[in-house]
Design a protein around this ligand. Structure first.
Ligand code: SF4
Length: 336
């Protein structure tokens, strides 16, 4: 937990509204874009600089979308005075065709093998959907007795950070109490909570806090991850997060600027490569599979701590030099 008054006092010097001039001048980021860079600058280069964005879907993504939608509609129903669990069950099972959201009936067929697998935590999707149903009912019931009510769902925000970047995002849910205090929630469909070291300065919630400070003039008093397939919550942010996140964001933005200028995005080969759209080891990658040669050889069944190819910035510099010579030659050809 944190003192929301003290943290807001520090953050207010680094957050301001976006002007039209900013839109033409400043780069724009989201939490996920920054996170891609932190996990692997090379991946960031492929995805955001070269525009190689995979549009492949996964069970995790599609299930996350329908589960988020059910929570969103449940909160709206409560605000309108009538929560219809049959309609919510129908939405979960059959999705929302207008919004092109698939329900779990289709997802369990589309991702048949994965759906019936037990994950590394020993859970099946059948167990997770049971937890989802239980958690949803407990959550909605809690509005009637614990003093916190739905205020905003899928709340979009943007702000200028430190006069150098526009940061935008969506907050899954903001709850409010009768004193006007706010609580910020993010729904997760992951198979386990975050490790403890990710919690004190959660970048995602720090950014949400800055967005709320910009829009409402104050910070939420509490930020919680809600693991909706586990029916668990994890509280995030501790005292001093404001100072820590400002320092961290400045460093990340400096590094992105530096890499953008040099054109050298260094790969970070880790077991996460197994889930990267550019890795040959990712069994689900199709569109951009094999784009990266620097992937880690780690897989869940063969935990090798080696990489397919070591990165050498000099090779890139040589490539750039060759490109430059080719470009120069082409220019000469054009001139003559
Ligand atoms: S495969 Fe690994 S090293 Fe290559 S871009 Fe993806 S995360 Fe980075």
């Amino acid at each position: 937990m944190y003192n929301n008054i003290i943290e807001a006092e520090y953050l207010k010097d680094y957050v301001r509204p976006v002007t039209e001039e900013d839109r033409n001048k400043l780069p724009t980021y989201s939490h996920s874009k920054l996170e891609v860079y932190e996990n692997c600058p090379y991946r960031y280069g492929l995805q955001y600089e070269q525009g190689k964005r995979s549009d492949e879907t996964t069970l995790a993504l599609e299930l996350g979308t329908v589960c988020h939608r059910v929570y969103e509609i449940a909160s709206q129903m409560w605000k309108e005075g009538m929560v219809n669990y049959n309609d919510l069950k129908f939405l979960l099972e059959y999705g929302d065709t207008d919004e092109k959201i698939s329900g779990i009936k289709d997802l369990s067929k589309k991702y048949f093998e994965e759906w019936y697998e037990t994950d590394s935590e020993g859970h099946t999707y059948s167990w997770k959907m049971g937890q989802f149903d239980k958690g949803l009912r407990e959550y909605v019931d809690s509005f009637n007795y614990n003093g916190w009510f739905p205020f905003k769902e899928e709340y979009d925000f943007e702000f200028v950070f430190n006069n150098r970047a526009i940061i935008h995002g969506f907050i899954d849910a903001i709850l409010i109490n009768t004193e006007g205090d706010m609580k910020c929630l993010d729904y997760k469909t992951s198979k386990k909570p975050f490790p403890d070291n990710k919690i004190p300065t959660s970048q995602q919630f720090s950014i949400y806090c800055m967005g709320m400070l910009n829009d409402f003039g104050k910070l939420p008093v509490q930020c919680d991850y809600k693991f909706i397939l586990l029916n668990q919550e994890q509280n995030a942010l501790t005292n001093g997060f404001a100072k820590r996140i400002v320092k961290k964001l400045n460093t990340v933005l400096d590094n992105i600027d530096k890499d953008g200028k040099s054109g050298i995005w260094i790969p970070n080969s880790t077991p996460l490569c197994y889930w990267c759209s550019y890795s040959s080891t990712n069994p689900k990658a199709i569109q951009y599979k094999n784009e990266c040669e620097y992937y880690s050889l780690w897989t869940p069944t063969e935990k090798k701590w080696d990489v397919n190819k070591r990165f050498n910035a000099l090779d890139l510099t040589k490539d750039k030099h060759v490109d430059k010579i080719n470009n120069d030659n082409n220019k000469r050809k054009l001139i003559f």
